[in-house]
Design a protein. Structure first.
Length: 431
């Protein structure tokens, strides 16, 4: 278990690196397909397909999600970490005649013999492809009034037709920008989590209206409806129930991460993600679901007992895990970092170009007059670390060592452009 967590932590930088500079190259052949893992906010569920083991979901931002039919859990997704060339997958299709998994991406039509890695590019997707299907001999694409025949092994274009020249084409799921499920009777099903479903779309428990993007009817226990916000509706034909499911991160703009046992807490814009590093599952705390959480971008986080503290612009947000509720208290500046020392939470913030460090009492959530020693030792290093916005300041991080404050940017570490001073009894950093 410890080794598995260690391996997950080695991959931790993917959450940061891919949110800024996504992987665009084929993986090194020295690696197995799932040596590297990449997770994102899914965006729209554009398409759905299946083979004997998995359901596949083509997404706007997260490649191809995979749901295991036997474990009934999501497995590691197929993304550019596995060699997929496209970030957005418009259509995903399993050809039962050849055993090949096909993906119509934002750049290429791609295929994989293993259904995991080794993705090959077939053609540029210049035309808007509405559907994909196959026969015994060919792969077919429908684009507007035209149908394109492809070799079903390598995807070579074999011509364009006004209609397929064979009648046994097995088309994929139903997927459109605006889809109505006029032939589906939702009255036959119990809908969980207080969702309301109609032929035109879904309303979640908060009353937000969501559009249907894709529908896949399976002979398996589950059929699926994909929504425009990245959620899935799992239709259980045996229990006659419909369950909303969300799998993925709550944001693609990651600001900070924190390891808590088997879980990785991820913050940024739009939501807070609690990611299980062992089960590859995620829980997203959304602003619409909680009072006091208004959805502003979160820049930092810290665990304090059974609470998680989040630093934002203008206030500190506190999540109580036992009560599953948020409280907050104001700050007059941007909170850039949080640290725990001596039963106090130390806060690093920046206002009008001046960095300030102060302490907060954990119980009362009030500001203390506690000061950093004039000659702090190395135990204070974390307290003196500050993180600033690289875009506006050109500064990535700062740390204290040997009575000096060092700043870093993309060119290296330096300290000649800043100085520490005492101002009104507090330690300030001027730059």
């Amino acid at each position: 278990m410890a080794e598995e967590i260690k391996n997950k932590l080695i991959q931790l930088f993917l959450f940061i690196a891919f949110s800024v500079n996504p992987l665009i190259a084929q993986p090194d052949n020295r690696f197995d397909p799932f040596d590297w893992e990449m997770y994102s906010q899914p965006g729209r569920i554009n398409s759905i397909s299946e083979d004997n083991t998995y359901f596949y979901f083509g997404t706007e931002n997260a490649g191809i999600l995979r749901f295991n039919k036997f474990s009934e859990q999501f497995d590691i997704p197929i993304t550019r970490a596995q060699g997929l060339h496209s970030k957005s997958v418009k259509h995903v299709y399993f050809d039962e005649y050849t055993g090949i998994l096909w993906a119509v991406g934002d750049k290429f039509i791609e295929y994989s013999f293993s259904k995991t890695g080794g993705w090959q590019k077939s053609a540029l997707t210049k035309a808007r492809i509405l559907d994909i299907g196959s026969s015994n001999n060919y792969l077919w694409l429908r684009s507007g009034p035209n149908f394109t025949k492809l070799d079903h092994i390598n995807g070579v274009n074999l011509g364009t037709y006004s209609s397929p020249d064979e009648s046994n084409v097995n088309w994929g799921d139903v997927s459109y920008n605006y889809m109505n499920l006029i032939n589906f009777d939702f009255n036959d099903y119990f809908v969980e989590d207080a969702w309301l479903l109609t032929i035109n779309g879904a309303s979640d428990s908060r009353g937000e209206f969501l559009k249907y993007k894709s529908y896949y009817k399976s002979e398996h226990k589950f059929s699926w409806i994909g929504l425009d916000n990245g959620a899935l509706l799992q239709i259980d034909k045996f229990s006659k129930s419909i369950k909303p499911i969300f799998h993925g991160l709550g944001t693609n703009l990651i600001r900070d991460v924190l390891v808590d046992g088997d879980f990785l807490w991820i913050v940024g814009e739009e939501g807070i993600t609690k990611f299980d590093m062992i089960q590859n599952t995620s829980e997203v705390l959304r602003p619409e679901e909680y009072f006091q959480f208004d959805g502003r971008a979160i820049s930092s986080l810290l665990k304090v007992g059974n609470e998680f503290w989040f630093g934002l612009n203008g206030y500190i947000l506190v999540y109580n895990t036992k009560k599953d509720s948020f409280t907050r208290f104001r700050s007059e500046s941007m909170i850039t970092d949080l640290a725990l020392k001596d039963d106090k939470v130390w806060i690093s913030n920046v206002r009008y170009g001046v960095g300030d460090i102060f302490a907060i009492d954990i119980e009362s959530k009030t500001k203390l007059e506690e000061e950093i020693p004039n000659v702090p030792n190395q135990d204070w290093n974390e307290i003196l670390v500050m993180r600033y916005n690289a875009k506006s300041k050109g500064i990535e991080a700062a740390f204290y060592k040997d009575k000096k404050v060092y700043f870093s940017n993309e060119n290296g570490i330096y300290n000649k452009q800043c100085k520490a001073i005492k101002f009104n009894g507090k330690l300030k950093f001027i730059f």
